[in-house]
Design a protein around this ligand. Structure first.
Ligand code: HEC
Ligand code: HEC
Ligand code: HEC
Ligand code: HEC
Length: 512
């Protein structure tokens, strides 16, 4: 009798479990059907919370990118950055990346975009509209509605009332069936220039990289005529390949630019050297690393599959994979997690050491060139050192602007960094000879060992107001201009009710 009771209990349990499974399978099927059939019918696909009804798991995990809240002040960590970027907005303010959820508030908060509409003499941001490009699904909407060139024309504050949702669903998914999609055409243009297959002709695994490549790639703003005006359009410099040497060749070739000059993002205000600012080439570096070469995609590590009941879905909490090693790494690797972590730590420490050598030598070279110019050195005397600093700074920045580069492609990162340091040292050898010739053999570059000291040097050379003045203007801008922008967005139905609250306190507190 006992046997029958036990059997009955087991059968009942099995029925319950099967019922649960069926519910989960149905839920999963629901998602699959929604994905393969048109009919999402979202009124405002750029509003992330509109996607939550059909895709609660993806939405819920996406929202957790808010948990990566910490801001790391990179100018504090590496004061030399304020010297090598003197004259460029990055020398005002630069933090390491954090969760996607903060992309729009961080962009609004940074001193780089300044405080438009606050000073009557200076009503516009110094930066172009294109600075929103990798921050929001509203950009995909604007590119569709206004056309790319109109989106790119004008200054950053032009779209203050339009760009409010942080990086979300519509950045990576089609609005009718939620299949993977890139709303930004410039990626296809870059792929074509590099003679690589476009998005639609790429394998599914490569598509799982390319959605990230929309933003995690090196780019520059190409001046492009738009009627009477000039649009500053995002272009990937991939014509000569996806390696830093090919890109440098591209930037050095006057034929690639309307003014028939080699490209520069800015002139360093201390040394006068025309500089190319590298911007997070995560995608390009990843393709040169062992995981990229073996076909492991960004999503494999940063969006690992997760099981919830019988439902398997992609974890949309994009973050450091070191927090999810069981799902991100152990699917392929069998060794101990701590052992893998120790291997990564060693790579990281080596990168940090070479970073320090290269950036300190570059910063010192800029200051030595400034002194040489003060003492009357001519452009001809300095030409070779100018070229060495330009090349070295490009290589150094390329290797480190991608915060995960040391991990995605450790050999490549260390190789580029050592070339950068070689360039910087060669420039310094030449500059020391010029200084000796001008009677300043014992010149010592001024101390730039703290953020305050380094910014004092670079702000003076650039003739910028003080940091305190910039921060005070910013506060006014946040109090007076931003609330009006958000009100307008709300009236237009474009403001996500679940949008992150502004965390201005975190920003204003982190620095001086
Ligand atoms: C629309 C542009 C955009 C897309 C698409 C995008 N990112 Fe990002 N990503 C950013 C920006 C901007 C930040 C920095 C946000 C901040 O600091 O406010 C960032 C930050 C990150 C971070 C740091 C997160 C943290 O917690 O520190 C990681 C990791 C990352 N992205 C990986 C990816 C991966 C993987 C993909 C593709 C699946 C991807 N991103 C797609 C723009 C984008
Ligand atoms: C940075 C790019 C990116 C963003 C932002 C993003 N996704 Fe995804 N999503 C992906 C990738 C990559 C996959 C994996 C697709 C595959 O391999 O087929 C995926 C998969 C999915 C799937 C298929 C089922 C699954 O879980 O694998 C759904 C549904 C989905 N996402 C919905 C959303 C929703 C809803 C949002 C907004 C809350 C969102 N995604 C935001 C890149 C993104
Ligand atoms: C094999 C796994 C793996 C792949 C594939 C991978 N990453 Fe990473 N990524 C990592 C690890 C590990 C880190 C280091 C995280 C840390 O320092 O905590 C990282 C760091 C990053 C960071 C810096 C995060 C930060 O906060 O500093 C970004 C951005 C990033 N990856 C984007 C990408 C993109 C985009 C791709 C695809 C082009 C990609 N990753 C492919 C494992 C991977
Ligand atoms: C889809 C499979 C896959 C995933 C996921 C994966 N790896 Fe790998 N990993 C590989 C392959 C393949 C190699 C190349 C080694 C080989 O072929 O034996 C490799 C190599 C490595 C190496 C040695 C090469 C180097 O770059 O120094 C390290 C370290 C490593 N992986 C760490 C990680 C970590 C940490 C994660 C998770 C964040 C991860 N891997 C995720 C497949 C994977």
């Amino acid at each position: 009798m006992k046997k029958y009771v036990a059997l009955l209990a087991v059968s009942l349990m099995a029925i319950v479990v099967m019922g649960l499974l069926a519910t989960d399978i149905n839920a999963k099927e629901g998602e699959r059907v929604a994905m393969t059939n048109p009919g999402l019918n979202l009124e405002h696909p750029s509003v992330n919370s509109e996607w939550s009804k059909k895709f609660p798991r993806q939405y819920g995990s996406w929202k957790k990118t808010s948990e990566s809240i910490e801001l790391e002040d990179m100018l504090k960590k590496w004061p030399a950055l304020a010297i090598v970027w003197a004259g460029y907005p990055f020398s005002k303010d630069y933090n390491a990346p954090r969760g996607h959820y903060y992309a729009v508030v961080d962009n609004t908060n940074t001193l780089r975009v300044a405080a438009p509409e606050i000073n009557p003499a200076d009503p516009d941001s110094p930066l172009p509209a294109a600075c929103w490009t990798c921050k929001s699904p509203d950009v995909v909407r604007l590119m569709e509605d206004k056309g790319d060139l109109n989106y790119y024309t004008g200054k950053w504050n032009k779209w203050g009332t339009e760009v409010t949702s942080p990086i979300g669903c519509y950045d990576c998914h089609d609005k009718t069936d939620a299949s993977l999609k890139m709303g930004r055409k410039y990626v296809n243009d870059g792929l074509k220039a590099a003679k690589l297959p476009e998005f639609k002709d790429s394998t599914h695994q490569v598509k799982r990289d390319l959605v990230c490549a929309q933003c995690h790639s090196e780019y520059y703003f190409h001046p492009t005529p738009n009627g009477e005006k000039t649009a500053m359009a995002v272009v990937f410099p991939w014509k000569n390949g996806l390696e830093p040497e090919g890109m440098l060749k591209y930037y050095d070739d006057p034929e690639n630019f309307p003014n028939k000059q080699p490209f520069a993002d800015f002139k360093n205000s201390i040394s006068g050297v025309p500089i190319i600012k590298a911007q997070h080439p995560d995608y390009e570096l990843h393709t040169t690393g062992i995981h990229g070469k073996k076909g492991v995609s960004c999503a494999d590590c940063h969006m690992p599959y997760t099981q919830e009941g019988a439902t398997k879905f992609s974890d949309h909490q994009i973050q450091s994979p070191l927090k999810t090693m069981d799902r991100s790494c152990m699917t392929c690797h069998r060794e101990d997690q701590d052992k893998l972590k120790a291997i990564l730590k060693e790579k990281y420490d080596r990168k940090e050491t070479l970073f320090k050598f290269a950036v300190n030598n570059l910063a010192t070279a800029h200051l030595e060139m400034q002194k040489a110019r003060e003492l009357g050195a001519t452009d001809a005397e300095l030409a070779s050192a100018v070229k060495l600093i330009r090349n070295g700074q490009w290589r150094w920045d390329y290797a480190v602007a991608s915060h995960g580069g040391f991990y995605h492609a450790p050999d490549e990162t260390l190789f580029i960094l050592s070339k950068a340091n070689q360039d910087a040292q060669a420039a310094r050898v030449e500059l020391r000879a010029v200084l000796a010739k001008k009677g300043a053999a014992d010149f010592q570059a001024p101390d730039f060992s703290t953020k305050e000291k380094a910014q004092a040097i670079s702000f003076a050379a650039t003739k910028w107001p003080s940091y305190e003045k910039l921060a005070a203007d910013k506060k006014k801008f946040k109090d007076e201009v931003v609330p009006k922008w958000l009100e307008t967005a709300k009236a237009n139905g474009l403001l996500d009710p679940e949008r992150p609250k502004d965390d201005r306190g975190a920003w204003f507190g982190h620095s001086k």
